[in-house]
Design a protein around this ligand. Structure first.
Ligand SMILES: Cc1cc2nc3c(=O)[nH]c(=O)nc-3n(C[C@H](O)[C@H](O)[C@H](O)COP(=O)(O)OP(=O)(O)OC[C@H]3O[C@@H](n4cnc5c(N)ncnc54)[C@H](O)[C@@H]3O)c2cc1C
Length: 473
């Protein structure tokens, strides 16, 4: 592999990325609003002319979701024309989880959330392989695919997202057919939407929230709000949305202190905007769900056994890195190396796995354990930090010693209003920490919107289209 001084143009790119990649997310292209048909960036799909950096090597990226596509794209933009980049992903269309709660109230269609990998191949010369990874040989630096073929790599970037545990007495078949979690957007989202549509006024919707860490900290609370709003506005005020949260309140006298993100916003939403419909119960244990009768039993945080008969049950089960189950491809390769065996622990400067013998294997997105929240915007940022580190390593340099990641997240509270949460994470003293002021105001914590408004809802669409454009266009 040729080592070469980093060209000035690329260094300027890196400076922009170092500024937490905020710049890379500015809406510079003419995105569509995503409604009605598959995403169209509105920009050219003509092949770019990547720089000649002198860098070479076989880069294999696994997973064509938020993290994987961003890594493949930025490896080309920053690594130049000499890299061979391959993306392994079984699905021809990626369905965005972000915004998928809006399918439940009919504001969006699943089709409007579909993204292909066409730009990756036509603009960024990334080879797309339609298969799943089934094994990794760390010594031979080779992966095996579901079609029996094998691929050699110099650097392997794993971005497979999560898989869901059989929980609360339910199986994967129950999730697919009777009690959908819809925590990976797709057919389960449509099933849940269809089930909601059949709920008469006066019926009960029960949803569960697993203990953190889980994907998208504000997402379950956002869903509770949208379901409550939908039931109120389209069926009448007689229905109930019972939210069984396995997370414990941090303040024993304030049940809402169990809320994992945007606590101020969701306290207002549950206790004022959707008061009388949302029944929020934190600190519950022992949830059991009968998928046939939709009877849910659990123990409340006072230790009292309770039973609820629901029309629709939406369990969000505990999840883990895809492939990390006993016998799964990630665990067999020794890469599910967190204490509980559910996540891939990584070096936060490069997202390279800390597992024994895993040199050259990076894990990004929801599958990794790196101290950052599991979110799509963060997955985009991790991919850039990882791509930057790989390019530096290929060039004989060290990864950026102080990377920065930013995150924004909008949460619809009704069909027309939303709030937001934002934070800047600075690597410091061996960990990512929320920068002082969250990057926005004083105090080292994420900053949330001080109001729930239609303006936020409009900005949400701009944020979403820009983020998806930065990843997929
Ligand atoms: C309802 C909901 C709302 C959300 N809202 C937001 C939001 O507002 N803002 C936000 O930032 N985040 C949000 N998120 C979270 C966000 O969607 C995830 O954090 C993000 O998708 C993680 O990206 P990822 O690339 O790690 O995984 P994914 O996007 O899930 O992509 C993983 C990809 O890997 C592929 N794959 C899996 N196994 C293999 C294999 N063996 N071989 C090859 N490919 C494989 C899958 O097919 C998939 O395409 C939300 C999530 C949900 C469920």
């Amino acid at each position: 592999m040729t080592q070469q001084y980093m060209p000035l143009a690329r260094r300027r790119w890196l400076m922009l990325a170092g500024a937490s990649s905020i710049t890379a997310l500015l809406p510079t292209l003419g995105w569509t609003d995503g409604e009605g048909d598959e995403y169209d960036s509105g920009s050219s799909t003509t092949a770019i002319s990547p720089a000649t950096t002198g860098l070479t090597g076989k880069m294999v990226v696994v997973g064509g979701g938020m993290a994987g596509v961003t890594a493949a794209k930025y490896l080309r933009l920053w690594g130049g024309s000499g890299l061979t980049i391959t993306l392994v992903e079984p699905a021809t269309t990626y369905v965005s989880n972000i915004m998928s709660n809006l399918v439940l109230n009919g504001s969006r269609t699943l089709a409007s959330l579909g993204y292909t990998h066409g730009n990756l191949s036509s603009k960024y010369s990334v080879n797309i392989v339609r298969a799943s990874v089934t094994g990794i040989d760390k010594t031979a630096r080779m992966i095996t695919l579901s079609d029996g073929s094998q691929l050699l790599y110099d650097r392997l970037v794993l971005a497979p997202g999560v898989e869901f545990e059989d929980a609360y007495g339910l199986t994967q078949v129950d999730y697919e057919t009777r009690t959908p979690h819809a925590w990976r957007a797709g057919t389960q989202t449509q099933l849940l939407s269809d089930q909601l549509a059949t709920m008469p006024n006066g019926s009960t919707f029960v949803m569960t929230i697993p203990k953190a860490p889980y994907r998208c900290p504000p997402g379950p609370y956002e869903r509770a709000c949208l379901v409550a709003d939908y039931l109120k506005t389209s069926k009448g005020t007689g229905s109930k949305v019972i939210v069984l949260d396995e997370n414990l309140p941090t303040d024993p006298v304030n049940p809402y202190s169990a809320i994992q993100a945007e606590a101020h916003t969701f306290t207002q939403a549950f206790s004022v905007i959707h008061a009388g419909v949302v029944d929020y119960q934190p600190g519950v244990t022992g949830i059991q769900i009968d998928p046939a009768t939709k009877v849910v039993s659990y123990t409340d945080r006072m230790g009292v056994a309770r039973t609820v008969s629901a029309q629709v049950v939406n369990p969000i089960p505990p999840h883990r890195a895809a492939g990390s189950r006993a016998g799964g491809w990630l665990s067999q390769a020794g890469l599910a190396n967190s204490t509980n065996g559910k996540w891939a622990v990584v070096n936060m400067l490069s997202f390279e796995s800390t597992a024994a013998g895993a040199t050259g294997i990076h894990v990004i997105g929801d599958a990794s354990q790196c101290g950052l929240p599991k979110a799509g915007h963060i997955a985009n940022q991790e991919a850039k930090i990882c791509a930057d580190a790989i390019v530096r390593l290929l060039g004989g340099q060290q990864p950026d010693p102080a990377p920065v990641a930013n995150s924004a997240c909008y949460s619809p509270i009704t069909a027309t209003t939303a709030s937001w949460l934002t934070a800047v994470y600075q690597y410091e003293g061996g960990a990512f920490k929320v920068a002082n002021g969250g990057g926005v105001t004083t105090g080292a914590k994420p900053v949330e919107s001080d109001s729930i408004s239609t303006k936020n809802f409009q900005q949400m669409n701009t944020w979403f289209n820009t983020l998806m454009g930065d990843s997929f266009a």
